[in-house]
Design a protein around this ligand. Sequence first.
Ligand code: HEC
Ligand code: HEC
Length: 206
Amino acid sequence: MRSLLVVAGLLFSASAFAQTPSVQERLNAIADDPVALRQAVDAGKQVTFFCTNCHGENGVSVIPEVPNLAGQNPAYLLEQIRKFGSGERKNTFMQGLIKVLKDEERLQTAHYYASMPVPPSPANPALVARGKVLFTKLCVRCHGERAHGGELYPRLAGQQIPYLQVSIQRYRDGTGIRNDKLMAIATSTLKNDDITAIAHYLTQLP
Ligand code: HEC
Ligand code: HEC
């Protein structure tokens, strides 16, 4: 009898596990369902009304040190929200703010911003040419030919120059504000001038 109960308990917990998809799986399920996606995007617009103060109307930032969220990969956005929440990524304001977002609101936020267009910004043509060479050599294999990123990698095309510069330098310098081994290796040989050139190249990409 006792062993039967154990077996039943194991079966129950196994099925409960199978029925509780991760937040990431739910993000993908919503993306595959046009009606659910529409609803998530609409709800996300409401959830993010406060975010517009810094990330701009529809996720196109008006403050150069604040990243655009428009056009960003939804899986990446969700992962960064998680990292702020857990303290793996440090920014006092964002860490405090993100804690109030429930799982459902995080999914809606990610889908909302991902669905918005991000316009390219002007850049210095000489720096663009130099940045393109560096980006092609060191960054394309993860961030993609057009810097649109993918499931695991952020979009960089159309991002703001100052934000790109600061972010890339932080990975290179291992400041602890934001750590990523892959990014630390990829950026280890870059001088500040190289980083500026790459930022000019990326900001003008559509
Ligand atoms: C007071 C200004 C401010 C407000 C309001 C704000 N943010 Fe941010 N956010 C920032 C700054 C600054 C960064 C970049 C931090 C860094 O340098 O790492 C950031 C980064 C992010 C990132 C990471 C983007 C990337 O490309 O890695 C996400 C996602 C994000 N914010 C979501 C939100 C959401 C959702 C809200 C509203 C609930 C919000 N933010 C409100 C200032 C703000
Ligand atoms: C081996 C894969 C890989 C390579 C190569 C790579 N990256 Fe990344 N990059 C990543 C990953 C993964 C992240 C997200 C890390 C995190 O969560 O902080 C990232 C994040 C970034 C970010 C932050 C974006 C944002 O919105 O905050 C920037 C900027 C960036 N990479 C630029 C570059 C540049 C420039 C190069 C080339 C010098 C490069 N990356 C090469 C994998 C890579």
